[in-house]
Design a protein around this ligand. Sequence first.
Ligand SMILES: *Cc1c(COP(=O)(O)O)cnc(C)c1O
Length: 484
Amino acid sequence: MSKSIFEHSSPGCKGVGLPPRDTDIPLDKIIPQKYHRQSAARLPEVSKLDVMRHYIELSHKNHFIEKGLYPLGSCTMKYNPKIHEVLARHSCFTNLHPYQPESTMQGALELLYELQEDLAEISGMAAVTLQPSAGAQGEFTGIKIIEAYHKAKGNTHKTKIIIPDSAHGTNPATCHLVGYDVVELKSDAQGRCDIAHLKELVDENTAGFMLTNPNTLGLFETHIEEIAEIMHSVDALIYMDGANMNALLGIVQPGKIGFDIIHYNVHKTLSTPHGGGGPGAGPVGVVEKLLPFLPVPMISKDADGYHLDYSHEKTSIGKVHTFYGNFAVLLRAYIYVKMLGAEGLRRVSENAIINANYLMAILKDYYHIQHLEHCMHEFVADGTRQKKANGVSTLDIAKRILDKGFHAPTVYFPLIIPEAMMIEPTETESLASLDAFATAMIEIAQEAKENPDLLHGAPYTTPVRRVDDVRAVKQLDPIFKIEE
Ligand SMILES: *Cc1c(COP(=O)(O)O)cnc(C)c1O
């Protein structure tokens, strides 16, 4: 166990010195007596170097992409170029004020305008709003747009949205938030939308359909044009959850194959550091007929330059974020897209797909894989073989991976695969690091056979062993109280 900062304390040790008071005004005149401290503050007495070492040591107890492979399926934990951080902190950007006159922030507006255009091109949509601050908020924006579209058309009978059983939990949550009923669509034996079931579910009351493509099994939804036809025949709209866009950059434009709305998770696909809960961005793209409903302002361009454009304010769903979205996050996405260009973005997805298929081809001999065909940027293996033969669960396997220096995959999701382990290596991993991860997984499969108890007890190398997840969620005050 590491020492706490108080255990590093040594009396009289100082990290900073305060300047002497530069006024004769008695303290009582500045701070009323009743607020004065009665005893010394309980602060650790440490040097600067002690503090640095303490926090560096703590930071290493965490797992992060610079420390090791982070195969968290659907979350796309890739390497984020450090130039983003340098530029995002540049005073040209950090000193901007959102209420500055338009004429004095032309550069920032140009940047947002070009990102709108680039994201529209990548997704094949007519226009993109940059406002939403995460994928889930992009979904909310998109479903509000579906609601506004039906309202404008007088489609008052539209009450439900269809969502596949492999979907991320935010999809149904979003629909409920907007006030729609959610109807669950079954997956077929190939792990795709069950078209026969879809036909049964669709009727005049259907407002829309939400689909993740590639879906959370890492499989491309092959029937998308047929699905679009079915949905559009009852004037329902199709929303694409774009969390898995890392598989499609420069390869598929969702707007060209039938989708009406899409969100990006720029913190996944377009390389903003994430994992600590934000900030992120969830730009939303729409087809031409949905333009009037996008949040305001958009950024527009004319002969005089770039403008905050409120021209469709009357039909818009309104604002979904203060000012213009998470500017510093969008800035990182802009740099990423410009640095890679069209060719580079395509290579990102191609390599993400190749890396996932490489791992799957090795691991299929050691772990059960339900849908054994070429995957996109991720695949779902599972621990059912180990569970049945050795009583070792996916949780045991995931915990053991930590001991081997890797982050665990996404586990027990998607819900339709028992003991699921969703593995997404991303394009930024080298052959050597993919091999190292595969070797660790193979060793664990071996350990499961020979010494299941070893896995039940894992992890052994982390500062906290197994935490009580349920208690951690329900009891929000710290479980580990610092001793006085
Ligand atoms: C991550 C994710 C979301 C939610 O996105 P956030 O940016 O975390 O709000 C939605 N759907 C899928 C498939 C995801 O992987």
